[in-house]
Design a protein around this ligand. Structure first.
Ligand SMILES: *Cc1c(COP(=O)(O)O)cnc(C)c1O
Length: 236
């Protein structure tokens, strides 16, 4: 039987191998453990195996789990779609938000973030697959949105995030990650202080690391297969 600690080690090894293959230092890459649908005891098990950063997609589910883990120094990342009526609770309970894709959401998060807390770390989500149904800002809208996030007092613009559609075509998959990297480079050249590329999941973290990922968001490869999500999704 695979334990969470064994699976975590296997993922760390994959990250190290992918980094070395790309001529990168593995310590540049943060592993975000995506714990949606998994129980507090499983999160605790990952913590005991050295994991600190955890990603959650559904606000109510995350808020339900956090009290059981409150004594642990965990870093919580909100990685799901953001509804405007949830911005207050997200700004209060998370250290990072990866899915900011419009100005209104950024403004509400900044307003809701307590000045007593460090600024909320923000990634702008980009739709790199060009699908109308996917969330994420269109690449051409990203420079303006990123500039706006950088101006907001209680947010700290960190980088870009994408969830490219899975593709059996490895070249196409990599091209989408590359698109995110090139967009980040352009924004940096324009003077925006971006240091983060949040891209790559259980199936494609190697391709993402080859294209410069600095945060990989991994769920299944650490915690196992998720049960069907209709009930969790219905809160949205
Ligand atoms: C669920 C999820 C992940 C993790 O996906 P796995 O394939 O289980 O590794 C990463 N990022 C986001 C935004 C997710 O919703």
């Amino acid at each position: 039987m695979t334990t969470i600690s064994g699976a975590l080690q296997a993922v760390r090894d994959r990250i190290a191998r992918a980094a070395e293959a790309a001529g990168r230092n593995p310590s540049e890459i943060v592993l975000l453990a995506v714990s949606k649908t998994f129980r507090p005891e499983q999160i605790r098990e990952a913590y005991l195996a050295g994991q600190r950063a955890f990603g959650e997609n559904y606000l109510q589910e995350a808020l339900g789990k956090m009290p059981a883990l409150a004594e642990l120094p965990l870093e919580w990342h909100f990685i799901g779609p953001i509804q405007s009526n949830k911005t207050r609770a997200i700004a209060e309970h998370f250290a990072w938000v990866h899915g900011v894709d419009r100005e209104k959401i950024a403004e509400r998060l900044s307003q809701a973030r307590s000045p007593d807390l460090p600024p909320l770390h923000v990634c702008v989500q980009v739709n790199v697959s060009g699908e109308a149904t996917k969330s994420g800002a269109a690449p051409e809208q990203v420079p303006e949105l990123a500039r706006r996030v950088a101006e907001l007092p209680h947010l700290r613009l960190r980088g870009l995030m994408a969830i490219p559609e899975p593709s059996p075509d490895a070249g196409l998959q990599r091209a989408r990650f590359r698109r995110l990297r090139e967009l980040k480079q352009r924004l940096c050249a324009d003077g925006l202080p971006l240091d983060t590329l949040s891209m790559g999941m259980s199936e494609d973290l190697e391709a993402a690391i080859a294209e410069g990922a600095t945060i990989v968001r991994v769920g299944t490869a650490i915690f196992g297969t998720r049960r069907k999500q209709e009930t969790v999704n219905s809160e949205r």
